[in-house]
Design a protein around this ligand. Structure first.
Ligand SMILES: Cc1cc2nc3c(=O)[nH]c(=O)nc-3n(C[C@H](O)[C@H](O)[C@H](O)COP(=O)(O)OP(=O)(O)OC[C@H]3O[C@@H](n4cnc5c(N)ncnc54)[C@H](O)[C@@H]3O)c2cc1C
Length: 309
């Protein structure tokens, strides 16, 4: 296997990794970026809320990012999958199928992947990203005033429905057999016009990815035009950080996230984590921001290392 050396290697080329590569390219730092080109939101038709790219398809954003990166000769983009990340003294080894990369710094930007098949609702995978979504800030506007469903267990779905009700006053929560224990919350949902259906779902009825109705066990059919799913059974796309036992801390909504300093560097020197890979959910704008921050932070670190005192 041949070996390639870089100052920085980025694993993952979604919004976070590509943004880091752009700043490092502009800083003329030798950077390799490995990307399997399967960002989390590729399942959706339009990405929203990122300035100047509102409504663009995620593949269009990637295409433009790749074109713009090409200008920067110090960055090498490879459509390759990182298989292993091994610290080795003062550098890291990253292995792909046919190549070993040696680098002083690694940025993990591999994101999360959703596993809606594991939610246990027949027909959910067909509508996910087309009319049922995880995030109201991403797709609430397009679904405003529609007949909406919120799917999930009897804790998360009712709480989430309170947010969804900001966009539509026709919201039904489907807990798929889970019984709501918080009677106070149930009564507050009812007061706000949100119905909770605890009966088990038979399947979702849809056409070309557009939700049309929820069919309950027993045959009752409830018309819906779209929906939201707070728990997508998402997991980290890679286990690199876990294997290296990177320290974690409590993040938003009690979610565990990787602990980094102001440079996005973990307690392992030279190892950085950004975007969804760090926090579980960031959105495009936040991931781009973290990529930009880590690119500048690494540049400052390299400048300090080279500076004669
Ligand atoms: C249905 C849906 C709709 C969404 N809509 C929006 C929206 O409208 N607006 C918004 O702001 N956010 C939206 N999001 C959230 C957004 O997709 C993520 O927050 C964002 O993509 C995170 O960026 P990232 O770069 O951290 O990770 P990702 O975008 O997931 O990118 C990770 C990259 O790493 C690559 N990768 C993974 N493993 C490896 C490996 N071993 N080797 C090499 N490469 C690897 C992947 O192929 C991928 O390209 C949506 C998410 C979903 C699921």
């Amino acid at each position: 296997m041949s070996k390639e050396i870089s100052e920085v290697l980025i694993i993952g080329g979604g919004p976070a990794g590509m943004s880091a590569a752009l700043v490092l390219g502009r800083s003329r730092i030798k950077t390799i970026i490995l990307n399997t080109e399967n960002a989390r939101n590729m399942v959706t038709q339009h990405s929203h809320g990122f300035l100047t790219q509102d409504g663009a398809h995620p593949s269009e954003i990637l295409k433009i990012a790749k074109e713009q990166l090409l200008k920067y000769k110090s960055v090498v983009y490879k459509k390759e999958k990182a298989l292993d990340l091994i610290p080795n003294g003062d550098h890291f080894q990253v292995k792909t199928e046919n190549q070993v990369y040696l680098t002083k710094r690694v940025i993990i930007a591999t994101g999360y992947k959703d596993n809606v098949d594991q939610v246990g609702i027949e027909g959910l995978a067909e509508v996910y990203g087309k009319s049922v979504y995880p995030c109201p800030f991403c797709d609430g506007f397009e679904n405003a005033d529609k007949k909406l469903a919120v799917f999930g267990d009897a804790v998360m779905a009712p709480m989430f429905s309170k947010t969804i009700a900001h966009w539509s006053n026709n919201v039904i929560v489907f807990t798929n057999g889970d019984q709501m224990k918080d009677k106070e919350l149930l009564s507050s949902l009812q007061k706000n016009g949100i119905e909770v259906i605890e009966q088990k779902i038979d399947k979702l009825l849809s056409k070309d990815g557009i939700l049309e109705a929820v069919q309950l066990q027993g045959g009752r059919i409830i018309k819906r035009e779209g929906g939201f799913l707070p728990d997508t059974k998402a997991v980290e796309s890679t286990d690199f950080a876990k294997k290296l036992k990177v320290a974690t801390e409590e993040g938003h909504f009690g979610m565990e996230m990787y602990k980094v300093d102001e440079n996005k560097e973990t307690e392992i020197k030279g190892l950085y984590i950004i975007g969804d890979a760090r926090s579980g959910w960031g959105g495009v704008a936040k991931s781009v921001a973290e990529g930009s921050e880590v690119g500048a932070a690494i540049t400052h670190q390299i400048i300090s290392e080279k500076w004669a005192v």
